[in-house]
Design a protein around this ligand. Structure first.
Ligand code: MEV
Length: 303
């Protein structure tokens, strides 16, 4: 039996725009997917978990990671951990990173994090056909990154960002899940049918990203919050928000959040709200949960 793990993530700026070449800022969260893997003689891969997964997608991911690692055995994969498996926290990427680490240990391979990231990306393709690579980056390295997609994965650019202030966030679930592939396809359709609208939104986003990066590096939390809300408004125009996301954003801001936005694929899924302190995060998480949106507080630390 060999073990592996991968971190979940939140996107502070840039979901969807990142698929089309814009830069994004992603932060790993402490919640993780954890797997234990054991070779089987069943001649098929099996996923065993109490978490909510789509077995056919999970086994396709397992097969892709094994093929990328050039391993021809089949495995039973036991998935646990405290990372919710649906809705926008990068669980499929975290799963693929965890798998890559566990299979490599089982096969006696020594992989660098760059190798882990590369093989996990192959697995991630079975969950959504055209991932930018931003999720598995955070899942592998577990920090805060600026990420820009290249023409192919070897041309992706990323750099670790050093925070000057910790970020206290509240993660809230809408309870609705539209699925990342569907939302990515929706944006692609907008780009094809209304190219000038898309280009305008992309230009506004690029401007916002540059401001966001500066606010983050200077620890200007008020400004960061305002920019996160502006990013949410761009996602609304892109069609990847949902009335439930908008409700969370409004409620969070009315109750002291510096800013809030959809994070991840959207169309439901999850939102994040930025607050000033850990205790404010805990209070807001309780308030939003009472309002019907299951929430938890999380901190992105400076180290
Ligand atoms: C999903 O967490 C983020 C998206 O931008 C898709 C991707 O980057 O692959 C929506």
């Amino acid at each position: 039996m060999s073990d592996g793990y991968g971190n979940g993530k939140v996107i502070l700026f840039g979901e969807h725009f990142v698929v089309h070449g814009a830069s994004a800022i992603v932060a790993a969260i402490s919640n993780r997917a954890i797997v234990k893997v054991r070779k089987n003689s069943a001649k098929e891969n099996r996923i065993i978990t109490e978490l909510r997964v789509i077995p056919s997608l999970s086994t396709a991911g397992i097969a892709r990671v094994l093929s990328s690692l050039n391993i021809s055995d089949t495995y039973d994969v036991y998935l646990t951990g405290d990372l919710p498996t649906y809705g926008g926290l990068g669980s499929s990427a975290a799963f693929c990173v965890a798998l890559t680490r566990a299979f490599a240990i089982d096969a006696g391979m020594k992989l660098s994090d760059d190798d882990v990231n590369r093989h996990a990306y192959e697995g991630e393709k079975s969950f959504h056909g055209n991932p930018s690579g931003v999720d598995n980056l955070a899942a592998t390295y577990g920090s805060v990154f600026e990420f820009t997609r290249g023409k192919n994965p070897s041309e992706n650019r990323f750099q670790k960002l050093q925070l000057t202030k910790s970020l206290d966030l509240v993660v809230s679930f809408t309870g609705k899940y539209s699925g990342t592939p569907k939302m990515v396809a929706k944006v692609k359709n907008l780009k094809e049918t209304s190219p000038s609208k898309f280009e305008k939104l992309l230009a506004q986003y690029n401007d916002l990203f540059n401001q966001g990066k500066i606010a983050l590096s200077k620890g200007k939390l008020d400004e960061l919050g305002i920019l996160m809300t502006k990013n949410h408004q761009l996602l609304q125009q892109l069609g990847t928000s949902d009335p439930l996301n908008d409700q969370i954003v409004e409620l969070a801001r009315k109750n002291g959040a510096l800013g809030a936005k959809v994070t991840g694929g959207g169309g439901g899924g999850v939102c994040i709200s930025l607050v000033k302190t850990e205790s404010e995060a805990k209070e807001l998480a309780i308030l939003l949960t009472k309002a019907g949106f299951e929430s938890f507080a999380t901190r992105i630390s400076t180290s």
